[in-house]
Design a protein around this ligand. Structure first.
Ligand SMILES: CC(C)(COP(=O)(O)OP(=O)(O)OC[C@H]1O[C@@H](n2cnc3c(N)ncnc32)[C@H](O)[C@@H]1O)[C@@H](O)C(=O)NCCC(=O)NCCS
Ligand SMILES: Nc1ncnc2c1ncn2[C@@H]1O[C@H](COP(=O)(O)OP(=O)(O)OP(=O)(O)O)[C@@H](O)[C@H]1O
Length: 197
């Protein structure tokens, strides 16, 4: 079974993915892949520099993620330009990793895709698991994790579809507002029901 793990920014996808990994499920992580496809020397990084200017690169040739984040989370038109450049490369690499895991004999693969709904990738997976969080908890966790101001954290949250919309498209929802044990309990119940653990 191919499971799509999604939710809003800082809702707890990586936290849940880690729990799934501990339960023996292999993970393909879109955020990790999104870093690989812009490593120095890649065609994708070259195209980003052409579109956003050479000063989007750090002195060592790596992408200046903080600077690019500042731009694209505040300007929807720029976000679309970046998505159009990066998403085909991210998708191709995710498919490659998924197929390698299946070829190696894995029965189930978890695809951690923050923008599953925004990019209309529902067809990519057989089951959709949404990690949901109340906006005040999400804002607090995002501000703390990324050391962001309230304004910058809200800009990131509002660059994605509301989690309520994602919940409606889910086969199952995990509510990650409480302690991690409660999140893990919900996860185990869902995976047992889906017969993947
Ligand atoms: C803009 C970048 C450089 C900022 O890097 P930074 O290290 O600060 O954030 P990171 O990559 O860890 O992303 C954190 C979260 O931001 C959200 N996010 C990232 N990109 C986007 C986007 N284009 N639109 C909406 N939300 C996004 C996701 O929830 C993601 O989990 C980076 O997010 C990026 O390359 N984004 C474009 C690629 C993309 O769409 N990634 C999302 C997964 S496919
Ligand atoms: N139940 C919880 N209790 C307390 N803190 C939590 C809980 N779940 C997650 N967190 C913390 O909240 C932050 C966001 O969680 P996480 O990084 O898993 O979210 P994410 O959905 O993967 O984010 P992103 O979309 O940015 O990749 C992290 O700092 C994490 O440690």
């Amino acid at each position: 079974m191919i499971i799509g793990l999604t939710g809003s920014i800082a809702s707890g996808k990586s936290t849940v993915a880690k729990m799934m990994k501990e339960l023996g499920l292999p993970i393909v992580d879109a955020d990790v892949v999104a870093r690989v496809v812009v490593e120095p020397g890649t065609e994708t990084l070259g195209i980003i520099a052409q579109n956003f200017g050479e000063d989007i690169l750090l002195e060592d040739g790596n992408l200046n993620r903080a600077k690019l984040g500042d731009i694209i989370f505040h300007e929807p038109a720029k976000r679309k330009i970046l998505n159009d450049i990066m998403h085909p490369a991210i998708r191709a690499e995710m498919i490659r990793q998924r197929d390698a895991l299946l070829a190696a004999g894995e029965k189930h693969v978890v695809m951690d895709i923050p923008l599953l709904f925004e990019s209309k990738l529902q067809h990519f997976v057989e089951r959709i698991l949404v990690v949901s969080v109340k906006e005040e908890v999400q804002l607090q966790r995002l501000m703390e994790r990324n050391a962001l101001s309230k304004e910058d954290a809200l800009a990131r949250i509002h660059s994605q579809l509301p989690v309520s919309v994602k919940e409606k498209g889910a086969h199952a929802v995990i509510y990650n507002n409480e302690k991690l044990e409660q999140t893990k309990e919900q996860l185990e119940k869902i995976l047992t029901h889906w017969e993947v653990i």
